[in-house]
Design a binder for this molecule. Structure first.
Ligand code: ADE
Length: 421
């Protein structure tokens, strides 16, 4: 099959601004840049065609350029209709890369872009949310035999791919990048925490101090948001369905209650659950005038927007990424970023420093699949502890931090089951 080099983006004239944004990210992603330097020489991905479906941001551009430097060809789409940074897409297209992404897509546009990236018959896939993998598995199964493997960036995608793997339905091996400690303990916690607050503030400019801030879900992402909201002076309430998660939240010092109760007292609501219908009609009916509602989970179904629309007599966009829903009784509820990822739609996503580790994991996983994919099983793999430690050590070194080392005697002691009191 011929390699197709083309792109569809919003505005090629934004390339200069995109280049500057990418250069800024490069200056804050030293781990990935070190890998670029090493693998540019080794050309570890020579001959690989990587189809990617992941937010087109300045950080993703650093990953894309690293893949290309290592010898890969790429074809890329965004993984969310509202997350593409149009200037970054323009800069990548100006590099001569195949980019199909623009901000503000319809559902049809979204799948059209994914299908375009599949036209060059990839040998590797890279997903955030698994939409590309699902597309191969549903309508392009003839491509699967040539695909050595794929990677998945996010919790939601990994859950679904594990279910597919358990059901024997995976057509090629997948590496769950999300589950690396150097990804989920940092990106999901600190990245989501900071960037979600950033998105809320850009869309509303409200004061968070003194507000009641309701977080639905206390996984890595929910915890990150809850901790940052507390740091801004909010009283944080956590809603959880898992008793262990709820207990964690309680012992971290947060109030815990069901959404039915939180709905009546919250000023700001954010969902971070990976599950649909978390905030729905009965909750909107109880909310205070002025309540702000948003989501930072992968899909836009955590907030039941049709319920909100059905209760409203008027909807107006009062500022960017902020829609006022006027209720029949005069209350106003503000929905941010149309219920899509508030951190990416209303802000710039996670900061470069944390994506540095996530994308270093992506990069090394693709290198592994390129080398070993043919001998791997059609299941979901986790990242090795060795890779996690390698990335953590590199990151610490770039932060100018040194750590202690155990002596051989201490190492022996640790596993010596004959020593006691
Ligand atoms: N997911 C969350 N933040 C991101 C970012 N800055 N770039 C790519 N994917 C992301």
């Amino acid at each position: 099959m011929d390699t197709i080099k083309s792109s569809k983006i919003a505005n090629p004239g934004l390339a200069g601004a995109g280049q500057m944004r990418i250069a800024w990210a490069e200056s804050r992603m030293p781990v990935l840049m070190a890998m670029r330097a090493e693998h540019e020489k080794a050309k570890s991905l020579k001959g690989m065609r990587v189809a990617g479906c992941l937010h087109v941001t300045k950080e993703t551009a650093v990953l894309v350029r690293t893949l290309v430097a290592a010898g890969a060809e790429i074809s890329w789409s965004g993984c969310n209709p509202l997350s593409t940074q149009d200037d970054v897409a323009a800069a990548l297209a100006a590099d001569g890369l195949s980019i199909y992404a623009w901000h503000g897509q319809s559902r049809d546009d979204f799948y059209w872009c994914i299908d375009k990236t599949l036209e060059f018959a990839p040998t590797l896939t890279l997903d955030d949310g698994a939409d590309l993998i699902f597309r191969v598995h549903s309508s392009r199964t003839e491509l699967a035999p040539a695909i050595l493997g794929g990677t998945e960036e996010t919790t939601t995608g990994v859950h679904r791919l594990r279910a597919m793997g358990d059901a024997g339905k995976l057509l090629y091996p997948i590496i769950a990048v999300n589950d690396a400690a150097t990804k989920s303990d940092f990106d999901n916690v600190h990245g989501t925490g900071q960037s979600s607050i950033d998105g809320i503030l850009r869309a509303t400019s409200i004061l968070l101090a003194g507000k009641t801030f309701v977080v639905a879900g206390y996984g890595h992402c929910g915890r990150g948001v809850a901790v940052r909201a507390r740091g801004m002076g909010s009283r944080v309430v956590v809603c959880e369905v898992d008793p262990i998660g709820a207990l964690r939240a309680a012992m971290d010092g947060f109030s815990v209650m069901p959404m039915g109760e939180a709905a009546a007292i919250g000023d700001v609501f954010i969902t971070a659950t990976g599950v649909k219908d978390i905030i729905r009609k009965e909750h909107f009916q109880r909310m205070k005038d002025g309540a702000v509602v948003c989501n930072t989970g992968h899909y836009d179904c955590e907030i039941r927007i049709p319920d909100l629309a059905a209760l409203a007599t008027k909807v107006s966009e009062i500022r960017a990424n902020n829609e006022e829903y006027l209720m029949a009784d005069g209350r106003r509820i503000y929905l941010l970023a149309k219920g899509r990822l508030v951190n990416l739609a209303a802000a710039e996503g996670h900061p470069s420093e944390v994506m540095d580790m996530s994308f270093a994991n992506q990069f090394l996983s693709l290198v592994r699949l390129a080398r070993e994919g043919t001998t791997m099983q059609k299941k979901v793999y986790t990242i090795s502890a060795e890779q996690d430690r390698q990335i953590a050590s590199l990151k610490l070194a770039t932060m100018g931090m040194r750590i202690d080392e155990l002596s051989p005697d201490q190492l022996r002691y640790r596993t010596d089951f004959t020593s006691g009191t």
